[in-house]
Design a protein around this ligand. Structure first.
Ligand code: SAM
Length: 246
C-alpha cells in the first residue's frame, strides 16, 4: 500500500511512524508512507497557502491552488491507481473500524490535513471521503491522519505477528474484547478466573464470548443492535438485565 500525506507540518509524522509496528511495516515494504509539504505550491515569494474568507468572518482558509497542485503531483506519479483521497474534517463521517477495514483494501491512500479555519470549499471536489476523528476540533488534521493511518496499517496482511489478534480486537468482531490476564495467577488478592487456567478450550471460548457480551452490554449497548445475537446470547443478556430470573 502507498500512503501520501498532504501536510504543512511533515515533521510531525517523523516520530510516530519511526517506531514499533508501523516502522516494521515500512521496513518490510508492506506500506510506503510519504509526506508532501504543500507549502511548496504556495503562492508567491512567501509561499502563501491561506487567505481570508470571501464574505468576511473569523480565521483563514486553505487556498485551493496548493492542494490542487500537490494532488496533480501525486496523480502524475501514480496515474493508474484508484486512490482514496481522504480529507481530515471534523464535519466528516466519523472514523471507525469499518472504515479502517475499507481503507486497508485500497492500494493508494491520500490524507489531506487541514489547518486554520478550514478549506476553500472547492478542495472538496478532489476527495473521495471526508472523515472526522471524533466530535471535537483539533488544531490540524495531522493527529487525525496519524490515528487513521495507524488503525488502517495494522490491518494489512503481514503487519501483525498474530493474524487472530486483530480479528478478536474490540470493534473488529462487533463486540468489545473480553478481559485478559497473564501471570501471576494471584496478585494482591486479585485472582485470575479459574476457567482460564483449567485448559478446557471450549469453556474458555464460551467464557470469553460471554465476557465480551457483558462488557459490550455494560459499556456500549448501541453496538449490540448490529451484532447477530444467538438465542443463547439473548438469554445471557436477559440474565444481565434481570439477574433474579437466573
Ligand atoms: N472551522 C472548522 C470546523 O468548524 O469544522 C475546524 C477547523 S480545525 C481548527 C483545522 C483542521 O483540523 C481541519 O480543517 C481538519 O483538517 C483538522 N481537524 C480538526 N478537528 C478534526 C477532527 N475531529 N477530525 C479530523 N480532522 C480534524
Amino acid at each position: 500500500m502507498k500512503i501520501d500525506i498532504l501536510t504543512l507540518f511533515p515533521e510531525m509524522f517523523t516520530s510516530p511512524f519511526n517506531a514499533s509496528i508501523i516502522k516494521r511495516a515500512m521496513d518490510e515494504n508492506i506500506v510506503e508512507i510519504s509526506t508532501l509539504d504543500f507549502r511548496q505550491y504556495g503562492i508567491g515569494k512567501h509561499k502563501i497557502v491561506d487567505d481570508t474568507p470571501y464574505g468576511g468572518g473569523a480565521g483563514m482558509l486553505l487556498k485551493p491552488e496548493p492542494i490542487f497542485e500537490a494532488m496533480d503531483e501525486i496523480n502524475a506519479a501514480d496515474p493508474t491507481a484508484e486512490k482514496r483521497i481522504i480529507l481530515m474534517d471534523p464535519a466528516g463521517k466519523p472514523f471507525n473500524h469499518e472504515l479502517a477495514e475499507d481503507f486497508s483494501k485500497s492500494d493508494h491512500l491520500v490524507f489531506i490535513c487541514g489547518h486554520y479555519e478550514g478549506y476553500d470549499e472547492r478542495i472538496r471536489t478532489l476527495v473521495t471521503d471526508e472523515v472526522s476523528l471524533g466530535d471535537y476540533v483539533l488544531t490540524g488534521g495531522e493527529l487525525a491522519a496519524m490515528v487513521m493511518i495507524d488503525a488502517t496499517v495494522r490491518l494489512l496482511p503481514g503487519v501483525l505477528g498474530n493474524v487472530d489478534s486483530a480479528k478478536e480486537d474490540s470493534h473488529a468482531s462487533g463486540l468489545l474484547e473480553y478481559p485478559h490476564y497473564t501471570r501471576p495467577a494471584m496478585y494482591r488478592g486479585m485472582e485470575v478466573p479459574e476457567v482460564l487456567r483449567n485448559g478446557n478450550h471450549q469453556l474458555i471460548e464460551k467464557w470469553r464470548h460471554q465476557e465480551s457480551l457483558k462488557r459490550t452490554y455494560d459499556r456500549r449497548k448501541d453496538m449490540l443492535k448490529n451484532y447477530p445475537l444467538t438465542e443463547e446470547d439473548k438469554q445471557f443478556i436477559q440474565q444481565l438485565i434481570n439477574p433474579i430470573q437466573k
